[in-house]
Design a protein around this ligand. Structure first.
Ligand SMILES: Nc1ncnc2c1ncn2[C@@H]1O[C@H](COP(=O)(O)OP(=O)(O)OP(=O)(O)O)[C@@H](O)[C@H]1O
Length: 348
């Protein structure tokens, strides 16, 4: 069976500090799971527990249905790529890629074949004889990926593999990683990132981490459209989070009645609506306010509007005749574009 990953109540502590708290998470075979969260939330620790570099204080880790908690890293058959390439500087590209295969005592002819294929797949075949210092950052990271793929892992662990690259290159590499996964659909990938675009782009599902805990897990669309809580909502892109009251008569934002599809979680709730789903002018759920800020962002304008003391952001297509600071405007949003979240769960 090719390898999925399962965390069964995995807890990791350093010097008595719990940095991963009872993680339960299953990554299906062939799935890309993005582990997304702020710095220090425990993402890398979870990945290291799969690789075998850190031992859980309690709980078990399974690969392909097999309990590997007590296995050393080299017996787990995992490919891993970390932030800072970590190539051997004195070895040529092809030697770097062959390294894991030599350690596994793979026959020489097969090593040659597999190295050539891995370099081919990552677009680095022409650089086989170079040394790492003769490569750009992006090329070095491709070699690191080739090295991880050469061992034909069932499971590939990627820890912020693009974070050392500049924005343009990051976007190219993101497309490359998506292509690689299309070519290797059986490889299960755990992808650690703090970048929501990477998580939304690459993840079949996203697991959101916050302070050692798993906060939410779902498809990018589910988490973006209907986040479970305020933390998830704001971590996955811009969000208007507005306090509302819910009663027999409906949902109220300040004195205004608002229409929202879906259930309300309680009497006090937070209305979540994405800035690009807020329109300017008349429409359903009309909100009148005063422009407190306006930013031109090339293809869009961002308006920040004070609505009875609440700041509402709207990203609208570039306006020919934008309103000015202090102007009165009307905003609106469709009932199906907003969700109600339980208020205040971020601070539990
Ligand atoms: N070897 C270690 N010894 C002690 N504490 C550690 C060790 N490794 C990590 N930690 C602590 O564990 C917590 C979680 O770290 P981890 O690296 O898993 O977070 P992360 O979400 O991957 O963050 P980042 O995005 O910054 O890498 C942090 O508070 C960190 O300081």
């Amino acid at each position: 069976m090719s390898g999925g990953i399962r965390f069964d109540s995995v807890t990791v502590a350093y010097d008595g500090n719990v940095v991963l708290d009872s993680l339960d998470l299953t990554v299906e075979p062939g799935e890309v799971m993005a582990l997304l969260g702020p710095s220090g939330s425990g993402k890398t620790t979870a990945l290291r527990a799969v690789a075998g570099f850190v031992r859980p204080a309690s709980g078990r880790v399974f690969l392909g249905g097999r309990d590997v908690t007590d296995l050393p890293p080299y017996r787990r058959g995992i490919g891993m790529v970390v932030q800072q390439y970590a190539l051997f500087p004195h070895m040529r590209v092809e030697e770097n890629v062959a390294f894991g295969l030599k350690a596994q005592k793979v026959a020489r002819g097969e090593i040659r074949e597999r190295v050539a294929l891995a370099l081919e797949m990552t677009g680095m075949a022409a650089y086989a004889r170079r040394r790492p210092r003769e490569l750009s950052g992006g090329q070095q990271q491709r070699v690191a990926i080739a090295r991880a793929l050469a061992i034909r892992p069932d499971v590939l662990l990627l820890d912020e593999p693009l974070s050392a690259l500049d924005a343009r290159l990051r976007s190219d590499m993101l497309a490359e990683l998506a292509r690689l996964h299309r070519e290797l659909p059986d490889v299960t990938i755990l992808y650690v990132t703090h970048d929501q675009v990477e998580a939304l782009t690459l993840g079949d599902r996203i697991a959101v981490m916050d302070r050692a805990r798993l906060r939410a897990c779902g498809t990018p669309r589910e988490l973006y459209r209907a986040p479970a809580d305020e933390f998830t909502a704001s971590f996955l892109g811009g969000a208007n989070l507005l306090p509302v009251t819910v009663g027999e008569e409906g949902v109220f934002l300040g004195g205004r009645r608002i229409k929202v599809s879906g259930e309300a979680p309680g009497a006090a709730a937070t209305l979540c609506v994405r800035p690009h789903l807020v329109g300017l002018g008349d429409g359903p759920n009309q909100l009148a306010g005063t422009v407190s800020e306006i930013q031109w962002r090339g293809s869009t304008h961002r308006l920040c509007v004070d609505v009875d003391g609440n700041r509402v952001m709207a990203d609208v297509r570039e306006l020919k005749d934008p309103p000015a600071h202090g102007d009165s405007v009307t905003l609106h949003f469709a009932p199906e574009d907003a969700v109600l979240l339980a208020a205040g769960v971020t601070d539990d």
